[in-house]
Design a protein around this ligand. Sequence first.
Ligand code: AOF
Ligand code: ZN
Length: 355
Amino acid sequence: EGLQGKDDKKDNDDGFYIRRCVELARKAIGCTSPNPVVGCVIVKDGEIVGEGFHPKAGQPHAEVFALRDAGELAENATAYVSLEPCNHFGRTPPCSEALIKAKIKKVVVGMVDPNPIVASRGVAKLRDAGIDVTVGVEEDMCKKLNEAWIHQMQTGNPFVTLRYSLTIDGGLSDDLGEESMEAGGYYSRLLQEQDAVIISSKSLEKHPLPESKEPKSNQPLHIIIAKNPSPVIQIPKHTHEESASKVIIFTDQETVVGSEQGIETLVLDNTKLTTILENLEGRGLCSVLLDLRGGFGDFDEILKGVEGNLLQKLVVEVLPVWSESKEDTTALEAVKISQRAGLKNFEPRKEGKSV
Ligand code: AOF
Ligand code: ZN
């Protein structure tokens, strides 16, 4: 009955169930780092009998929640997972074994796990146990879902995104569209996905600490670049006290006074992106946002020093306003740098009221 839409293809469309896995996984965006977001669905006779997602590092994986949800109905059922089931004892025991124990008959996997300690061993283990395994369904969607985590796993570097706003006439703007910052707005969602956000100390003279307004999210670590700083940088209060992040100040002078608690000050020879990333090693950061709000000045060295593939993504918001200052060349500079860094992942945004 009804039209033959996507929803009617349940019985034979593996993609339908993997897309549901992705939808479930998205519920935990901003909560799982340094782990990926993963969703799992258990299907029997064309019906979903169990669903789950990985909520947080240290907590059980998606498969475990879905199997619990399915209970005895998992026997002879098909398990769909957006990421290959793991086969290692990490913070939690292997999902491959949990699926075998639950007598799952078939497993459909969105993508292979790039984590070297998993890397197809989960699939091999399932096949050894006589389970039919399909790999690579809606693979692009699954990869996009965890692009930062995958990049970090494969390169050892965090996934770095550059963001700035432009005016209609191509000037660099210090503003953000109002809707951008609200829950559901692109800026709020962008921050939700970040482990750390790098801002200029100048932006704090006018703007609050960038915090995601999404209802469920960790707040990013705040990294403040202070070049030739005034003696004291006033750090605005976090509005989300319960999830307040740490603050690190990177400076090339020893004049910064971090008077408040929880503020770490590191004096660096330079603030090139490589130097900054080296000094962030060991903090388990999968994603870092370079936010040009507050001006180009402190970012000059960061962006000039960009080499190789250190920048992965560029997000540009175009505001429906004209430039106020004559600093338009800085925007051109930023665009040039973005191009030089070979940014293929260009996501233009147009927010605010139309003109
Ligand atoms: C899965 N299902 O839901 C997730 C997986 O320290 P652990 O035990 O949490 O293991 C983390 C690693 O397990 C992580 O780096 C990734 O390779 C995999 N994550 N695997 O089967 C899940 N979150
Ligand atoms: Zn697992």
